[in-house]
Every structure is written in structure tokens, then in C-alpha cells.
Design a protein around this ligand. Structure first.
Ligand SMILES: Cc1cc2nc3c(=O)[nH]c(=O)nc-3n(C[C@H](O)[C@H](O)[C@H](O)COP(=O)(O)O)c2cc1C
Length: 328
């Protein structure tokens, strides 16, 4: 299944080199002003073109094909599609029998009995995150008063921003790739969103964040570092009836419920699996290991394009929790 959510149900479809990709959003309130142009700023933040990103150039022009009338949402499912045009599927032909290490080629072939679309990574491609960003634009509209921002905290293990470019260039020069950490913050979140157990804010947000291809870790507040602290160091002292705390080690969520402080989450993005330096893989026909040289156009550092995707995922998660009557 490829849907998430109950209150705002998000279904994505398409393949990297298919005719189009898209998203269907069910649960969008009627009467929300919306235009195709509203999507462009966030879509542009994800676009390729900068150093360290793929040289595949897509227009990423959104087309709203359902759920909109006279410039406002109708309350019926909202469907947004994007055409794929800059595809070079030949680059991927050999990968069916020579799966890329740490990409989904092997598991996709096994799970779907070889029926999956292998071109450009098919449905597993980072291209599908365009649809998440489109969904995020709509979700943000539903989160009145909440502002979601993000920043790249580190690239290749280095947190000195001045070094990011050099680190990406060095990896590219060696036909390699690098990962990074992105921190995302939602400010203006009221006290009381989320449920104690299965629909805890962390559970819903992690579900969405781990759906982003290449995300390998998620932590809230001080996350794993909390395990090394004492309670006296980790506890966030409550300062006033709004719930404001002296520190925000909890990252704005306690007991699965937002506590009125900024919601802070960090995600670890792995280095791009498709690297141009030779690697070893298995030839699935012969069953023997063979050298693999990956062709095609790839991001050297996915983290450079992922911040807006992370923001969108968090927005979709929070949109599940906003009560329709405005009462928390
Ligand atoms: C914005 C974005 C762009 C990506 N670009 C590439 C790419 O150019 N080449 C590649 O091999 N993987 C790329 N990926 C990652 C793969 O899709 C992903 O690693 C793969 O599907 C395996 O899934 P996993 O890493 O979540 O296990 C990208 C991911 C995102 C979010």
C-alpha cells in the first residue's frame, strides 16, 4: 500500500521514468484558496542543478487535475501530477541483473518478482519526493500559526558550513557520495497535539520521515545524546503556564504530546548509493560477484535537496493531528 494518514490521507504514485508522478490528498478542507503557483517556491527548493546534485533537469511543473474549482479546494480528493521528461532509461538496463549496492534494485526485484519498473529506480526513486513536497504545501496550509523550517547541520560528518562545498566536491572528484544531517523545527505548535501511544507525535513524524528514501535515522530533541545524561541534566524545567521550558531536550514532545515548545527533529541522510567509482555486485544471472560501474545521473549528496522534503513530511504528520473543531 502506498497511502499514509487518516485525517489527511496521502497517496503517491508513479515511477522515475514513467509518464508522470503524482499525489492524491484526501481530507483537504473545502474552501482553501490554492493555485498551481503556490507550489513553486517549495518545489524549487528541491530542484536539482546545484553542484552535488543530479544533472537531470525536470520542469517540476505541478498540474492540479482534481479537487480544485474557481481557485479554491472543493473538499473532494485533490490530485496533483508532474510529467517526467528528462529520462535516460538505457542507463539502468544492466541494473536488473546487477543490483546497485544499498539501492532498492535487489529487494524490488525479489519482492515484485521482477515486475517492478527498474528505470531510474522506478517507484523507489528520490524523484517521488517531489510529490511529498507538493503534499507538504497543502498540509502547511492546514497548520495555521505553525512555521516549519530546516537547515543542514552537517555534511559528511562535518558541521562547519564553510566546509560543506569542499566535502561534496572531494567526494565527487573520487566518484563517491556523502551523507548529511538535517534539523527541522516546527515553531508555534500548541500544547496537546498527539496521542499517548500509537499516534504519538514522534511515531507519526518518524513514520513519514523514514518514508523518505535515504533517511536512516530520526531523533527528537537531544535524541540519542539523552541516554548519556542524568535526569538532572536532561529534564526541561517548566517556566510558565504556557508550558515553555528552560531547555528543549525533549524537542517539544513529552508523552507523545506536544508541550508548547518548538518541535525539533533531526534526520540522518545516507550517502547516495549510486556512485560512479567501481564497486562489486552480484550478477543475478550467473550468481557470481562482478565489478559494477553505475551510469546515469545522480545526486552526490542527497542531503542538499532533502531539507524541504523533511519539512513536508513533518507538515503531513502534524496535519493528522490538527482537530477540525479547533479544540485540542
Ligand atoms: C531527494 C532525493 C534524491 C535522491 N537521489 C538519488 C540518486 O540520485 N541516486 C541514488 O542512487 N539514490 C538517490 N536517492 C536515494 C534512493 O532513492 C534510496 O537510497 C533508495 O531508494 C534506497 O532506499 P533507502 O536508502 O531508504 O534504503 C535520493 C533520495 C532523495 C530523497
Amino acid at each position: 500500500m502506498n497511502s499514509f494518514g487518516t485525517k489527511l490521507r496521502v497517496s503517491i504514485f508513479g515511477e522515475s521514468h514513467g509518464e508522470m508522478i503524482g499525489v492524491v490528498l484526501d481530507g483537504v478542507p473545502a474552501g482553501m484558496p490554492l493555485a498551481e503557483g503556490d507550489f513553486l517556491p517549495d518545489l524549487a527548493r528541491r530542484r536539482s542543478g546545484a553542484r552535488g546534485t543530479t544533472t537531470r533537469h525536470e520542469q517540476d511543473t505541478p498540474r492540479i487535475v482534481a479537487g480544485l474549482h474557481d481557485g479554491h479546494t472543493t473538499g473532494a480528493p485533490l490530485a496533483i501530477v508532474f510529467t517526467n521528461s528528462d529520462t535516460r532509461s538505457g542507463d539502468y538496463a544492466s541494473l536488473v541483473d546487477h543490483p546497485r549496492p544499498s539501492h532498492a534494485d535487489f529487494v524490488a526485484g525479489r519482492k515484485f518478482g521482477g515486475m517492478n519498473d527498474p528505470r531510474g529506480g522506478g517507484h523507489f526513486s528520490g524523484r517521488l519526493t517531489l510529490t511529498l513536497v507538493a503534499a507538504g504545501v497543502v498540509a502547511r496550509r492546514m497548520l495555521e500559526g505553525i512555521e516549519i523550517t530546516s537547515r543542514i547541520m552537517s555534511i559528511g560528518g562535518c558541521s562547519d558550513q564553510a566546509e560543506f562545498e569542499r566535502i561534496v566536491e572531494a567526494a565527487m572528484a573520487e566518484g563517491d557520495s556523502v551523507g548529511g544531517v538535517i534539523e527541522c523545527c516546527a515553531a508555534g505548535v500548541p500544547v496537546g497535539l498527539g496521542e499517548p501511544f500509537f499516534d504519538s507525535v514522534e511515531s507519526l513524524a518518524s513514520h513519514l520521515l523514514f518514508s523518505i528514501p535515504a533517511v536512516r535515522g530520526v531523533e527528537f530533541g537531544n535524541g540519542f545524546a539523552a541516554a548519556a545524561l542524568r535526569g538532572s541534566q536532561n529534564n526541561d524545567l517548566i517556566l510558565d503556564p504556557s508550558g515553555r521550558t528552560a531547555t528543549n531536550n525533549a524537542g517539544g514532545v513529552v508523552g507523545g504530546i506536544t508541550n508548547g515548545n518548538p518541535l525539533v527533529v533531526r534526520v540522518a541522510v545516507k550517502p547516495t548509493p549510486s556512485i560512479s567509482r567501481p564497486q562489486q555486485t552480484l550478477n543475478l544471472q550467473s550468481g557470481k560477484p562482478e565489478p559494477l560501474v553505475i551510469r546515469g545521473r545522480h545526486d552526490a549528496c542527497i542531503a542538499l535537496r532533502a531539507p524541504v522534503v523533511v519539512e513536508s513530511a513533518l507538515a503531513i504528520a502534524l496535519a493528522q493531528l490538527i482537530p477540525t473543531d479547533g479544540k485540542i
